[in-house]
Design a protein around this ligand. Sequence first.
Ligand SMILES: Cc1ncc(C[n+]2csc(CCOP(=O)(O)OP(=O)(O)O)c2C)c(N)n1
Ligand SMILES: [Mg+2]
Length: 538
Amino acid sequence: MKYADGGALLVAVLKELGIDTVFGIVSVHNLPLVEAVDRELRFVPVRHEASAVNAADAYGRARGSIGCALSSTGTGAGNAAGSLIEALASGTSVLHVTGQVESRFLGSGRGFIHETKDQLGMLTAVSAYAATVGSADDAGRVLREAARAALASPGGPASVEWPIDLQYAAQTDAVREAPADVLPVADIADATELLRAAERPLIWAGGGATDARTELAALVEATGAGLLTSNSGRGAVPEDHPQVIGNFATTPAVRALLADADLLLTVGTHFRSNETADYGLELPAAHVQIDLDAAALGRVYPVAHALHGDAAATLAALLPHARQADPEWTDRVRRVRTEVRATLHDTIGPQAAICDALRAALPRDAVVARDVTIPSSSWGNRLLEMYDPRANVFPRGGGIGQGLGMGIGAALADPERPTVVIAGDGGLAVHLGELLTLAQERPRLTLLVFNDGGYGVLRNMQDRYADRRSGVDLTTPDFELLARACRLPYLRIADAEHAAPVIQEAVGSDGPVLVEVDLAALGPMKNPFTPPVKIPGT
Ligand SMILES: Cc1ncc(C[n+]2csc(CCOP(=O)(O)OP(=O)(O)O)c2C)c(N)n1
Ligand SMILES: [Mg+2]
């Protein structure tokens, strides 16, 4: 195939990938790409390249596929790096296309506009795949190879740098069918005995289990096991299932369950520090671990039987060997599920009304994009039930400021469905400019800003462990005025009783709404939230 320029070729590749909306900032180094996307698809001009990547990432997460971000050379590509790191940490699929100096000046160091030292090296460090388009006959191959790498398991962001002269050039595209991925099925022979004998089984699902929803649900049913999840594994089986305990592994009741379990089957999980009490959580010795990534097997916890394979295929192979657990164990699992949820509901005080109101107002598949803020870490990542992994959008690498960009991307992935963003005042300030993207694109998005006048989580740590506060008290805007300045509707929650009516009104709107939660007026949680990190000497 021949294309008039790189933009036309990019649009063709994006259509193959099912992408209809692209996020980015226009530049002299990506003009042909932005103009073609804007003509043929939808181009969303965000205000920072990091947000372009966050939005593309969450667009892909919400659809269970891939998104696309466009940036400029040098500073633009560098601005994208923090959010590429997030997609790398999550193994989520982003096609990031960025500029490069004219091909004849590549690496010449003569100060061509936007030129930077070793841009490919920078992109390689923060992407699962990075490549340079080398000629006008090769861009189609590079773009498709990048998308394929991004979509493969464990995946991640793929960055393509494209010299500006080659973007303008007429393109020849030799479409070649890529071979289909052949995923390994683990040899389960050694593990089946443990499964057959298990009377008190638990299963732990990570993000890798979200591609095996049917098989996982079948095994949960066939065994009567309790299902624990990492934050990333949430929704792999809907969280209103009575055996789904969810992201509560470090609670005392679940630690006691783990101590009494005679089998733990873990599926596609990193055992991240925040979910294992800094790797201090004790797991049963009878631990069977499934992972597509051989390096993950036994990396954090010792494993009795390591099963290197695709989660869905390996779970399906295990299923015929499953037997029902001791009914008393399954009853205990159900009781623990109810108990850990009731305890947390009580602990978070007046914020429980907000959590309840969200669940009541939202469709089951609505995305709740969560920035790194106390409401997310305490209840949004656990208590607020998730029924579909595609609805569970949050920065797995823990970087603040990414929630609003992610929410915008997720909202535009399905414009009919309401989307909610949970953000703190501190996290929102990182990319405050994206309020203007929200105001311009007007997606069906409710932005819940929890305003406590600073970096609350670090303030709580300093109040508990230090003798003074450092860098945690912040000037925050008058959010009502700010919303008005951006022509965004504004609502306020200052009392638990406001939660249900305000959230219902906001979620029912067909456009964006900024809802400020005034935490000083709302009142405190029972205990100030501090994160699960160790401070020496405490
Ligand atoms: C990119 C990045 N910078 C710094 C941090 C450290 N950090 C974690 S939470 C937090 C405070 C967030 O404040 P806010 O969004 O207001 O939420 P709150 O803790 O007040 O609920 C900070 C600074 C981080 N996680 N990521
Ligand atoms: Mg705050």
